[in-house]
Design a protein around this ligand. Structure first.
Ligand code: AGP
Length: 620
C-alpha cells in the first residue's frame, strides 16, 4: 500500500519527507517521489512554483536525482507508490500535478470510477501524463479551483464528496503556501502537530520522529494542516473536532500498527482486503460484474473450452477452491495443478485452454515457467497476482490483480482470501459472459460476496477465544486437518499455516480419504481439526470426524452457529458465520489462521519469518 507524508513548518522539508518515507518502507512500494513548494519561484514559473522529483525503484533511486533543491523549502509532500493503475514508471509515480502545474497531489487507494473520469477529462481536452487514477483526482481538484476559485479545502471537499472509491489524498498548491490539505475516504490518514509545524502521513511511523501527539483522521473528513494548527471538516463542510492521542509505542511497534507481528496485523486487515479486492468490479445491489481491468475480451472467454489453474503452496489452495466454483458455475472442465509438476508432465492444452496462473508475488519461478509453457501452446494465460508489473503479470495475456496490499508475514493470510475472492469473481464473470447463470442468481451471489467482510470480521473478533484454545494444544505434535468439498482446500491451507509457523506435524486430507490409509496414524494424542461448515457433504464430514474420534483423536471443529451435530462431535467447537458454500473458505480459514498463529506464539516461534522459508521463491 502506498505511503504518504507531508510537512509544513520552519525546518528544511526534504530530509523530513525522505525520513518519513523511509519509515513507511515496510508497506512495500515500487517507486517514490516528492514535491516541494519553491518559495523563490515566481508565480508564473514554468514549473508552477513546485519542485518535483520522482523515480521508479527504491528510495535510494529518488535520492540520486535530488539536485538543485530549492533553498528554504519548508512545505512539501512525499509518496511511496505501490502500483495499482499503471506500472511502476517515473510518469506514474506520485506526486501528480493538475494542468496549471501549481497543484500537486499524492494518493493511497483506488478510484472506482477511473475509466469514466478518464474519458470525461480527455473529452474536456485534458492531456494526461500518466496511466494512473491519481492524476485524475489532481485534475478534478485543479479544475474546480480554476472554475470556482475559493479555497483549496473547499475544492478538495467537493471532489472527495463526489468521487467513488478508496482514497486517502494529500494536496499542496503554490497559491496556498503554508497549508497542506488532506482527505480520507477509506484508507487511513494521520496528522501530527508540534508547536510550530504540522505533519500528515498514511501511518504513525512517518510522524514519530517529530511528534507523538497524533490525530487519527476519521473516515470522510478533510483536514487542513498549517504550522502548529489543524482544522477538520466532514464532507458536508461542517467543522468537526479532532482530539489528539499520545503514542507511546516504539517505532517498530508502530509499523505493526500496535499488533505483535505483521501476520496478526494482516489477519486483522482481511475484512478491508476483501472490500479492496471487490472495488470497481461489483457494487452492492448489482447483478453484474465488470472485470474490464483484466483486459481479456468477452469473445476470448467465450472461446474457452477448458480451464487449468496453476500455483504453489497457498496459491495452489486458492486455485483448488476456484476449481469447484468454475466447474459448478460455468460447467467448464477445470483442473488445478502444482506449477512445479505441470510444466514437466506434458499437459494437454491448446488455444482454447484458459490457464490461470495464481501467485501472490508474481515472481514464483515455478508458476512463471509453468505459464510460459502453457503460452507456447497458444493457451490464453491470465495472471492472478498481488504485485503490479510482476514478471507473471508482464508475461500474461491478461491480469487480475488481487489488491490485497503488501503482505510482509512469510505465511500468506490476507492474500489467500484475496485470491479466493478474485478467482471466484472471475468464475462468476465467466458464467456471466458464457450465459451459464441466471442474472438473479449472480445477483444473489454478489450480494453475499459483499457480506463477506463483516462475516470475516466476526471471526477475527474471536481471536482471544481462539488463542485460549490454541494454547491448550501447544504441546501436541500431530495435527490432521480434514474437510470435503471446498472444506478440503481449506483444510490443506490450515495445515500449511500450522506447519510453516509452528513446526509441528500438520497434514491436510480429504475427509473421505482418511479410511484409505491416513487413519492408521490416528491414536490418542492426535488432534483432528475438521472443517464442517454448511455444505451438502457436511454430514459425511461429521461421520469421518466420528471415525477419528472413535480411535482416540481430540476433535476441534469449525462449524456454523447452531449446528447441533457438530457440537456433539466436537471436543472443541469454533463457530463461524454461515455463507454460500463456495465462499466459505474465505471465512473458515480465518479461524484456522488464528489457531495456527496463537499456537505458534505459544510455542515461541518467529511467526513473521519462519525458519527455512522465503516470502518469494524465485528458484525451482
Ligand atoms: C504460504 O504461506 C507460503 N509461504 C507459500 O506456500 C506461498 O504461498 C508459495 O510459495 C507461493 O507463493 P506465490 O503466491 O507468491 O507464488
Amino acid at each position: 500500500m502506498c505511503g504518504i507524508v507531508g510537512y509544513t513548518g520552519p525546518d528544511e522539508v526534504l530530509p523530513i519527507l525522505i525520513e518519513g518515507l523511509s519509515r513507511l518502507e515496510y508497506r512495500g512500494y515500487d517507486s517514490s517521489g516528492v514535491a516541494l513548494l519553491d518559495p523563490d519561484a515566481s508565480g508564473d514559473s514554468s514549473d508552477g512554483g513546485l519542485w518535483i522529483r520522482r523515480r521508479p525503484g527504491k528510495l535510494s533511486e529518488l535520492k540520486r536525482v535530488i539536485d538543485d533543491v530549492p533553498a528554504h523549502a519548508r512545505l512539501g509532500i512525499g509518496h511511496t507508490r505501490w502500483a495499482t493503475h499503471g506500472g511502476p514508471t517515473e510518469a506514474n509515480a506520485h506526486p501528480h500535478t493538475d494542468e496549471t502545474g501549481r497543484l500537486a497531489l499524492v494518493h493511497n487507494g483506488i478510484v472506482e470510477t477511473f475509466a469514466e473520469i478518464r474519458r470525461e477529462l480527455i473529452g474536456a481536452g485534458v492531456t494526461l501524463k500518466s496511466e494512473t487514477d491519481t492524476e485524475l483526482v489532481a485534475h478534478l481538484i485543479g479544475r474546480h479551483l480554476v472554475a470556482h476559485g475559493g479555497s483549496l479545502v473547499e475544492a478538495v471537499r467537493i471532489v472527495m464528496k463526489d468521487i467513488e472509491g478508496a482514497l486517502a489524498i494529500v494536496v499542496m498548491h503554490a497559491d496556498f503556501p503554508d497549508s497542506i490539505v488532506a482527505a480520507r475516504k477509506g484508507p487511513p490518514l494521520v496528522a501530527g502537530l508540534t508547536a510550530d509545524a504540522g505533519l500528515v502521513g498514511s501511518d504513525i511511523p512517518a510522524l514519530l520522529a517529530h511528534t507523538r501527539d497524533i490525530y487519527v483522521v476519521e473516515d470522510e473528513r478533510v483536514v487542513e494542516i498549517r504550522p502548529g494548527r489543524i482544522t477538520a471538516w466532514d464532507l458536508e463542510g461542517n467543522e468537526v473536532v479532532l482530539t489528539p492521542k499520545t503514542i507511546t509505542w516504539s517505532l517498530e511497534a508502530a509499523q505493526k500498527d500496535g499488533y505483535e507481528d505483521f501476520m496478526l496485523k494482516e489477519i486483522h486487515e482481511q475484512p478491508a482486503t476483501i472490500r479492496d479486492t471487490l472495488v470497481g468490479r461489483t457494487e452492492p445491489g448489482s447483478h453484474r460484474l465488470h472485470l474490464d481491468d483484466m483486459r481479456l475480451s468477452e469473445d476470448a472467454l467465450r472461446n474457452v473450452d477448458r480451464v487449468s489453474i496453476l500455483g504453489c503452496g497457498t496459491s495452489f489452495h486458492s486455485g483448488m477452491v476456484a476449481k469447484y466454483a468454475i466447474e459448478h458455475w460455468t460447467r467448464l472442465p477445470c483442473e488445478v495443478d502444482l506449477s512445479s509438476e505441470y510444466r514437466y508432465r506434458d499437459p494437454v492444452l491448446d488455444a482454447r485452454t484458459l490457464v490461470i496462473g495464481v501467485s501472490q508475488s508474481g515472481e514464483t519461478a515455478d508458476t512463471i515457467e509453468a505459464c510460459k509453457h502453457a503460452g507456447h501452446w497458444d493457451a490464453k494465460v491470465v495472471a492472478v497476482t498481488n504485485v503490479v508489473d510482476s514478471s507473471l503479470a508482464r508475461d500474461a495475456d491478461a491480469v487480475l490483480y488481487t489488491h490485497a496490499g503488501p503482505e510482509i508475514g512469510v505465511a500468506a493470510t490476507k492474500t489467500f482470501l484475496a485470491q479466493v475472492v478474485a478467482l471466484e469473481t472471475l468464475a462468476l464473470y465467466l458464467a456471466q459472459v458464457r450465459g451459464t447463470m441466471k442474472p438473479e442468481v449472480t445477483g444473489e451471489l454478489l450480494a453475499e460476496l459483499h457480506l463477506l467482510p463483516d462475516k470475516i470480521q466476526q471471526v477475527v473478533d474471536q481471536s482471544d477465544e481462539i488463542r485460549k484454545i490454541a494454547e491448550r494444544f501447544a504441546d501436541r505434535r500431530d495435527f490432521f486437518f480434514i474437510g470435503r468439498g471446498v472444506g478440503y482446500p481449506t483444510a490443506l491451507e490450515g495445515a500449511l499455516k500450522l506447519k510453516e509457523i509452528s513446526y509441528v506435524r500438520a497434514e491436510g486430507f480429504a475427509a473421505g480419504e482418511l479410511k484409505h490409509g491416513p487413519i492408521a496414524l490416528i491414536e490418542p494424542g492426535v488432534v483432528a481439526v475438521g472443517v464442517c461448515t454448511k455444505s451438502f457433504v457436511r454430514l459425511k464430514t461429521l461421520s469421518n470426524v466420528q471415525e477419528v474420534k472413535a480411535r482416540g483423536a481430540t476433535t476441534i471443529l469449525i462449524a456454523n452457529e447452531g449446528d447441533r451435530e457438530a457440537a456433539e462431535a466436537a471436543d472443541v467447537l469454533i463457530t463461524v458465520p454461515t455463507t454460500e458454500e463456495l465462499f466459505a473458505p474465505a471465512i473458515d480459514v480465518v479461524a484456522l489462521q488464528l489457531f495456527s498463529y496463537w499456537l505458534a506464539k505459544a510455542r515461541g516461534t518467529d511467526v513473521d519469518m519462519p525458519r527455512n522459508l522465503a516470502k518469494t521463491v524465485t528458484v525451482e
